[in-house]
Design a protein around this ligand. Structure first.
Ligand code: UGA
Length: 458
């Protein structure tokens, strides 16, 4: 099939490349000439494992092209995917202006029978509004708009596309559904889980899925706080609850609060939609503010627990919102670093991929390409992203490099015992520190332990 993708951003490039891998003829349209030229040469403007190789293959096989010309891209296409940005609006709802403007631009060029497919994350009812906009623009009524939300995670987007947990096909008419099935034919014949539903349900599935995953993270972060206070270990608690299939073990890793281009924006939009329809999403509203507070609390914790004062140096390891991406959008680092600076601390930072992207948002930070250089003379080191480089940190070398001895490990990458042996004071999330000196820092558990101690005959 001939498929056009409107928007050569993260979702557009990945979707286009993967659809080309499925055998379709894909054309990606974007207004940004520089980006289109780069992509035509096989250069991917984002870091996504496996994407560049797949793109080269598609380009070499003549299965994908890039253009800034709407007529060239859209004319003759059987399906036109909309994959433009849907940023947060001022009240937390999403700004759909790019989506609707794309609809108006493509309207005159759509082939009769073409199906417009909403790939961008959009609120309930957007596909229907899009149909009206395009119909008005063309003065015709035979317009078909479907919804096919993406469930790609940055850093593993190719795998998520090619080995999906499920594919959601939202259509309000039988023809659109047939076109969607044909696009995903290899998955249909492999009996992959496919949810066929109406466009409004497809739109709601996308938001509800992200909101639920974000809730899991918010929940385990609070459980983690309780573990610290009560002497528990969050890893054991997460494993113990996650083995219940009704709960599942994914997304139960405590951290410095979720970030990225999706969860923060999508939870805000979900809450805004709830308010708009008079069906408040109270849990999500609370989650949003708790997640923001968490980043601030952790910044205060570094200063308070580390006994740091103005002029001292903190080295931050990890700027991306998670590992395997150079994306820093709504990353914990962008909230925590400016707070540390406000408190008078000097900040150096390292990230294997995101130094450049983070530098656009952070002033007065010394960026390093070598992580040990970054930690040289630091009074405290803070790990914010779970990169493999940080898992493999040589703790003794780190301790030698630093002038202080505080390691704030907010991704729980290291065992407290190993950090303690290296001479570091280790602060992680949701577990009790091990050295006798460190133990004093967590809430006393003596009386509680005595109360639940096993009877002697057992
Ligand atoms: C998320 C969803 O996971 C995808 O399914 C969805 O398609 C995508 O949003 C989207 O809407 O486009 P992504 O934002 O790439 O994907 O990243 P995640 O892997 O979900 O991580 C989001 C945030 O949660 C990160 O800051 C991560 O560090 C944090 N997280 C994740 C935790 O703190 N703990 C966990 O256990 C898991």
């Amino acid at each position: 099939m001939k498929i056009t993708i409107i928007g050569a951003g993260y979702v557009g490039i990945t979707t286009g490349t993967c659809l080309a891998q499925l055998g379709h003829d894909v054309c990606c349209l974007d207004l940004d000439r520089k980006r289109i030229d780069m992509l035509s040469r096989g250069q991917v403007p984002i870091y996504e494992p496996g994407l560049e190789d797949a793109l080269h293959e598609a380009l070499d096989g003549g299965k994908i092209c890039f253009t800034t010309d709407t007529e060239e891209a859209v004319g003759g296409a059987h399906a036109v995917f909309i994959a433009v940005g849907t940023p947060s609006g001022p009240s937390g709802g999403i700004d759909l202006s790019q989506v609707f403007s794309a609809g108006r631009n493509i309207a005159p060029h759509l082939m009769a029978g073409a199906v417009v497919v909403m790939k961008s994350t959009v609120v309930a009812g957007t596909a229907r509004s899009m149909r009206e906009i395009i119909a008005r623009e063309r003065g015709a009524f035979d317009i078909r708009v479907a919804s096919n939300p993406e469930f790609l995670r940055e850093g593993s987007a190719m795998q998520d596309f090619l080995e999906p947990d499920r594919i959601v096909l939202g259509a309000d008419d039988p023809y659109s559904l047939r076109v969607l099935r044909k696009i995903y034919a290899p998955f249909v014949s492999a009996n992959a889980p496919i949810v066929e539903t109406r466009t409004v349900d497809a739109e709601l599935i996308k938001y509800a899925a992200n909101a639920f995953l974000a809730l899991k993270i918010g929940f385990i972060n609070e459980v983690s706080d309780l573990c610290e206070k009560s002497g528990g270990n969050v890893a054991d608690v997460a494993r113990g609850i996650g083995l219940d299939h009704r709960i599942g073990s994914a997304f139960l890793q405590p951290g410095p609060g979720y970030g990225g281009s999706c969860f923060p924006k999508d939870t805000r939009a979900f809450a805004a939609t709830g308010r708009e329809y008079g069906a408040r999403q109270h849990m999500i509203e609370t989650l949003i503010s708790r997640n923001e507070d968490r980043k601030k609390q952790l910044a205060r914790r570094i200063v308070k627990e580390g006994g740091l004062h103005a002029g001292q140096k903190v080295a931050v390891l990890g700027l991306a919102f998670k590992a395997n991406t150079d994306d820093v959008r709504e990353s914990a680092s962008l909230a925590i670093i400016p707070m540390l600076q406000e408190m008078g601390l000097e900040v150096s930072a390292h990230d294997p991929k995101a130094n450049e992207t983070a530098a656009q948002f952070l002033d007065g930070v010394e960026f390093h390409s070598d992580l040990y250089d970054c930690c040289h003379d630091a009074d405290a080191v803070v790990i914010l992203t779970e990169w493999d480089d940080y898992k493999q940190l040589d703790l003794r070398k780190l301790a030698e490099e630093m002038s202080g001895d505080w390691l704030f490990d907010f991704r729980n990458l290291h065992q407290p015992e190993a950090a303690s042996e290296a001479g570091l004071r280790h602060v992680s999330l949701g577990r009790v520190a091990t050295s006798p000196a460190d133990r004093k820092r967590v809430a006393p558990v003596g009386s509680w332990e005595r109360r639940v101690a096993a009877p002697e005959h057992i």
